[in-house]
Design a protein around this ligand. Structure first.
Ligand code: ZN
Length: 464
């Protein structure tokens, strides 16, 4: 079967054929590390992680080269350092580590390459020199600017009207720009701001330049797939395309472009001004990463995703049902190839709704048989879920997620007292113990197959 993906540049689904099946290259714009990632950022990381998993399954893990950059120099970082008094490199290291840990909790496989902007200033200067030489960029008042007129296809990806884009840019037109749409590749650093020596004076790179340069140095002139959030199409990706094409004599930056849709908070856009920003880091305190991942993948990646508390609750409920079944066979980290039905769904432009339907079908099949056949069916189900980044938790741990180690031993003791009282038909005592336990701890008490145990229940989950 062919792998098809929706190419945002062609505006249609296309059969994916890598330039070299032994070295499939993909690049996704990564985080600016001055703060925590919000759930919209996480959606992008998870969507492209799913693509990465499909490509690895199809071409072999060693044949897919995935780079996701870390923007560790930016005005927002400089501002955060001024506000907190912390050194810039301490801030960027801290938030890069948190980003990796949070995405890891969401089941995102760490990309093989994570280039940092500050490690690529030399190659950035070299690209700017080439762009100036080719007449696509110019230096003015300590800045280097890209001349948008040098690239005839500017605006092709986003479909934005060129005149409109220029009119939009005119609002904040700087005196050193030849044309209002020209954008900054390099800008001077003030006293006390971080900067690097360059032929145009001490300064620092613009954000757009970073991605073109990292792709060139880490992956090559033309890559197979470039991904990112829909909001990055203009100006960021347009600018990346223009820079790279002009630096490489017209060679395209990417053969396929993929963009994930917006995440909305109910009916609203998530924004600082509305004060409705949800951080992945905060969600992961209350919810298992697989629950958040399930919620993020519940809509097709190109569709808008409406983020609600209810979505998380439903996702947990679904996963609980799967984990109950998974708990019937011994836990192992070993994973076999996923069943065809799941792979086929995902190879159709990451059709997650169909892949989820496939998981439900596999669960139904397993639920209908007994003995060895049941064990085999559950194992198949586990392989299917793991292709999508689920079912990696030990089912015993799954139930206890969210409860601290100290609380676990206290709970074990209290629950066995409760069970003892219940078995002795001392219902007054058992009722009292149950009330105590469920009021003091974020758990519920379950008896299955004659065994009583406690199960983690997030505080936010109001259902009993
Ligand atoms: Zn980028």
């Amino acid at each position: 079967m062919a792998l098809t993906i929706y190419d945002s540049m062609a505006r249609e689904k296309r059969v994916f054929e890598p330039a070299d099946p032994d070295r499939v290259t993909m690049y996704v714009c990564g985080p600016t590390v001055y703060s925590y990632a919000h759930i919209g950022n996480a959606r992008s990381a998870v969507a492209f992680d799913l693509l990465y998993r499909v490509l690895r399954a199809r071409y072999g893990a060693d044949h897919v080269v995935y780079a996701r950059n870390i923007t560790d120099i930016d005005d927002k970082i400089i501002k955060a350092a001024a506000e907190t008094g912390e050194p810039i490199d301490a801030i960027t290291k801290k938030f890069a580590d948190i980003y990796r840990a949070d995405m890891g909790a969401l089941g995102v496989i760490r990309p093989g390459l994570e280039p940092e902007a500050t490690g690529h200033v030399g190659p950035m200067i070299s690209m700017m020199e080439r762009l100036i030489e080719k007449g696509a960029a110019y230096a003015a008042e300590g800045h280097v600017l890209f001349s948008v007129d040098a690239y005839a296809d500017y605006g092709k990806l986003s479909g934005a009207d060129r005149d409109e884009m220029i009119a939009g840019a005119r609002v904040e037109v700087a005196p050193y720009k030849k044309s209002p749409a020209d954008f900054v590749l390099w800008k001077p650093s003030k006293e006390g701001e971080p900067g690097w020596d360059s032929p145009w004076g001490r300064g620092r790179p613009g954000w757009h330049l970073e991605c073109s340069v990292m792709i060139e140095s880490e992956l090559g002139e033309t890559i197979d797939i470039h991904g990112g959030g829909q909001d990055l199409r203009f100006p960021h990706h347009e600018n990346e395309i223009a820079q790279s094409a002009c630096a490489h004599d017209g060679a395209p930056l990417a053969r396929y472009w993929m963009h994930n849709g917006f995440l909305r908070m109910g009916a609203d856009k998530m924004s600082k001004s509305l004060g409705n920003i949800v951080l992945a880091h905060d969600l992961l305190k209350d919810w298992h990463g697989e629950v958040v991942r399930w919620a993020l993948l519940s809509a097709h990646y190109r569709q808008p995703l409406e983020w609600t508390e209810e979505l998380l609750k439903q996702s947990k409920k679904q996963l609980d049902r799967f984990y109950r079944l998974l708990g019937e066979i011994p836990f192992t980290e070993e994973t076999g190839a996923a069943p065809d039905s799941i792979m086929l769904a995902l190879e159709d432009d990451l059709n997650t709704p169909e892949a989820f339907a496939g998981l439900h079908e596999l669960r139904d099949i397993a639920g209908q048989v007994e003995g060895e056949a049941r064990k085999k069916a559950i194992s198949r189900l586990r392989d299917a879920g793991r292709l999508m980044g689920f079912f990696n938790e030990d089912p015993v741990e799954w139930k206890k997620f969210g409860v601290s180690i100290e609380d676990r031993s206290v709970l074990d003791k209290k629950v066995s007292e409760y069970d003892e009282a219940r078995k002795n038909k001392n219902y007054q005592k058992s009722d009292q113990l149950r009330a105590e336990i469920t009021m003091e701890y974020p758990v519920s008490i379950e008896t299955t197959g004659g065994v009583t145990n406690w199960v983690f229940k997030p505080k936010t989950d109001s259902e009993s």
